[in-house]
Design a protein around this ligand. Structure first.
Ligand SMILES: Nc1ncnc2c1ncn2[C@@H]1O[C@H](COP(=O)(O)OP(=O)(O)OP(=O)(O)O)[C@@H](O)[C@H]1O
Ligand SMILES: [Mg+2]
Ligand SMILES: [Zn+2]
Length: 245
């Protein structure tokens, strides 16, 4: 057996070829090996929980890895404070629109929501929670700009978890309105959202586009699907009137 260190230290390891002794985690006497069955199971569970968290973490941009409803930074970075409570109260399986002007804290809240999903999906929780956490992802809309984005769309459209689609509309920046480039990018985004909607999969969209703004760009059939049944969390700069038709 190699020396255990760093990451390796926490991994479950083979019981073979080890002398009898005591469990290295709980000191119980064991016939052979270094860890008792119970502690080995606990290690596997911890490993699994870390895997879920890591997969979600890796989809969240580095700048927002701090974001969680427990993070003290949240109240300094989200305006108004009421929006934090509204986002914290979101059902883990619901569709939502986090609507507000630039800098109001939409992405902070989207990332915090995903971290809540990751924590709820620990091994040992309800299987549906674990599955949702395993399949949930953060996707920046700008990732839909590139030529490689079609497989991404199919992947995210099929995942039976929550998709946080961050900054809807930003993928059209730098594409002149009415241009074929804008049409192509807009169509990709719309396809992703429509496919998820058809499958009944929850999507949390962050955007500055209210119902009419979204309808003017992507078509009102898309705007209706994004806004209908979605909980709308209004951040600073969001129009006060009801957005859904
Ligand atoms: N890692 C960080 N360090 C310092 N400030 C941060 C960090 N992440 C976010 N902020 C700040 O938190 C506030 C809200 O940021 P956030 O990116 O969530 O806003 P947003 O509504 O998503 O804006 P946009 O529409 O431009 O994407 C901003 O003032 C931003 O500068
Ligand atoms: Mg943002
Ligand atoms: Zn033990």
């Amino acid at each position: 057996m190699n020396t255990q260190s760093g990451e390796q230290h926490n991994r479950p390891f083979s019981l073979a070829s080890l002398p009898p002794g005591t469990c290295r985690d709980c000191s119980a006497e064991i016939g052979r090996g270094q860890i008792c069955d119970e502690c080995n199971t606990k290690r596997i569970v911890r490993e699994h929980d870390r895997d879920i968290l890591r997969a979600l973490e890796n989809s969240i941009p580095r700048r927002f890895r701090w974001a969680s409803f427990d993070a003290p930074e949240l109240s300094q970075r989200v305006r108004p404070a009421r929006a934090i409570e509204e986002a914290r109260a979101l059902d883990l399986d619901c569709s939502a629109v986090l609507l507000g002007e630039t800098g109001s804290g939409k992405t902070c809240l989207g990332a915090s929501h995903l971290r809540r999903i990751a924590r709820a999906g620990r091994y040992g929780a309800a299987a549906s929670d674990v599955h949702r956490a395993e399949c949930s992802r953060f996707l920046a809309s700008i990732e839909l700009m590139g030529p490689d984005s079609d497989p991404e769309i199919r992947r995210h459209a099929a995942l039976r978890g929550v998709l946080v689609l961050d900054d809807l509309g930003a993928e059209l920046l730098a594409a002149p309105a009415g241009s074929p480039l804008a049409a192509m990018r807009g169509e990709r985004t719309a396809r992703l959202l429509l496919m998820r909607h058809n499958e009944g999969l929850p999507t949390v969209v962050t955007t500055w586009l209210d119902f009419d703004g979204m309808g003017a760009i992507y078509g009102y059939n898309l705007a209706r699907r994004v806004y209908e049944d979605a909980v709308i969390v209004r951040l600073a700069g969001a129009p006060v009137e009801r957005v859904a038709a």
